[in-house]
Write a protein that binds this ligand. Structure first.
Ligand SMILES: [Zn+2]
Length: 424
């Protein structure tokens, strides 16, 4: 009650005292849409939104001026595959150690760190909480109680019994709540999808195949039946909610696209037919590339991640070649990191990986801004710097088109017209 009262006071004071006007002087501007860099422009902002892209002669006394004339300015970054509540390499039981409230507190700090690095929006690929802590973090951010990125996504990931979202290493005598939402058969899927949406999910996430990081299942198996995958998409789409399908196995990728999944997560064993299907169905590939590199660097000795480490070592060269082919053929590819509580800058490395696959630095930046916004069907709100969109803006000192790793050193972050970070 108190919070609501406070919020309505804030709303009244904004109405009485008028709008906040800001002008950002940009050295270089990458707007997310144009394929060339634009010089000597000014972004005009009123409250949360961009009103115009103009020149310095249009600045007047009503504007608060932010001088980024020595910087390269671009749209806020979007990571479309994150798990803010998952922590540690034994993540499948970690969620059982703290209450949902604890997970929310820890997850809030995680997403705030991401925002501070320039990620102004994220899509959660399902999370491991018994309740919906991450969606409540989203709601609190949206109410203005805390700073944080825009959060979209799924409550949980749907898994079959014994699948990538089930706990397959605990005695059957113990009743534990798995990290995923375990569902079998059409009826259970329908109920789960309805509950997910009722509780605030704006995406449905399904683990169509086994996973790399979960114990006791095989990523090369398709785990859901055709009927079950279809039921998931139909039930979600009936409510206007899209489906993101985790799929490693070739058949899992191809079936998910055919049955209407909007994005394929990982897509590890994609083949030429998959590439053709991506193009035919206008589906998005979120390859989460850097995760494999990180696994090889950091997880050689991890017992919980031994399976993932071995699979990555064995298959990485092969799937990188196929991802490169997908880039060349024009498959829509977005930036998604699979960030599960890794260091705050972990996800930025995804841009360099896309450049290694053959994207230009401009295409890689667009993948992590406008293309991701289109995947989210939020391109009229975020992902570009243009009038009418939220003022979600970041800047680097050097030009990331010359060196994509400049993105690791974001110096300025604004979300919805509010400055979150401003460093020399
Ligand atoms: Zn994931």
């Amino acid at each position: 009650m108190k919070i609501q009262l406070l919020l309505s006071c804030l709303l009244i004071s904004t109405a009485v005292f008028g709008q906040n006007k800001t002008a950002i002087i940009c050295g270089n501007l990458i707007d997310g849409k144009s394929n060339v860099i634009i010089s000597d422009k000014v972004i005009f902002i009123e409250d949360e939104k961009i009103t115009a892209i103009g020149t310095q002669s249009q600045i007047n006394d009503s504007h608060e001026v932010i001088d980024l004339s020595e910087y390269t300015v671009f749209p806020g970054l979007i990571d479309v595959h994150v798990h803010p509540l998952i922590y540690g390499d034994d993540y499948q039981t970690d969620h059982l150690k703290g209450t949902s409230a604890f997970n929310a507190l820890r997850g809030l700090k995680v997403v705030q760190n991401w925002l501070n690095e320039g990620w102004t929006a994220v899509r959660v690929a399902g999370d491991a909480d018994v309740q919906y802590a991450h969606l409540e973090i989203r709601d609190a951010i949206n109410e203005g109680v805390f700073d944080g990125p825009r959060i979209y996504g799924a409550g949980h990931y749907l898994s079959v019994t014994g699948g990538g979202g089930d706990i397959n290493f605990i005695s059957p005598e113990q009743e534990v709540i798995a990290d995923g939402l375990v569902v079998d058969g059409k009826e259970e899927i329908q109920k789960a999808v309805r509950e997910e949406i009722k509780n605030g999910s704006d995406w449905i996430k399904i683990l169509v195949t086994g996973a790399f990081m979960s114990a006791g299942d095989n990523p090369q198996n398709v785990q859901f039946s055709d009927e079950e995958i279809r039921a998931t998409v139909e039930e979600a789409n009936r409510r206007g909610v899209p489906v993101m399908a985790h799929a490693h196995a070739t058949e899992g990728i191809n079936k998910s696209i055919r049955f209407g999944a909007r994005s394929i997560e990982h897509g590890t064993f994609l083949n030429d037919e998959s590439i053709a299907l991506f193009l035919e169905y206008d589906a998005y590939l979120i390859p989460t590339i850097y995760l494999g590199e990180y696994m090889l660097q950091e997880y050689a000795k991890s017992e919980a991640q031994a399976k993932s480490y071995q699979l990555t070592k064995k298959y990485r060269d092969g799937y990188l070649k196929m991802y490169a082919k997908a880039v060349k053929k024009g498959v829509k590819i977005g930036v998604g990191s699979d960030n599960v509580g890794f260091p705050a800058n972990f996800a930025k490395n995804e841009f360099a990986e896309l450049v290694k696959l053959g994207m230009t630095p401009m295409q890689a930046i667009q993948a992590g801004t406008r293309v991701n916004a289109e995947l989210l069907q939020k391109e009229d709100e975020i992902g570009s710097i243009a009038p009418g969109l939220y003022a979600d803006i970041v800047a680097t000192k050097g030009n990331p088109l010359n060196d994509i790793t400049e993105l690791l050193r974001v110096k300025f972050v604004m979300k919805g017209g509010k400055v979150i970070k401003q460093e020399e």
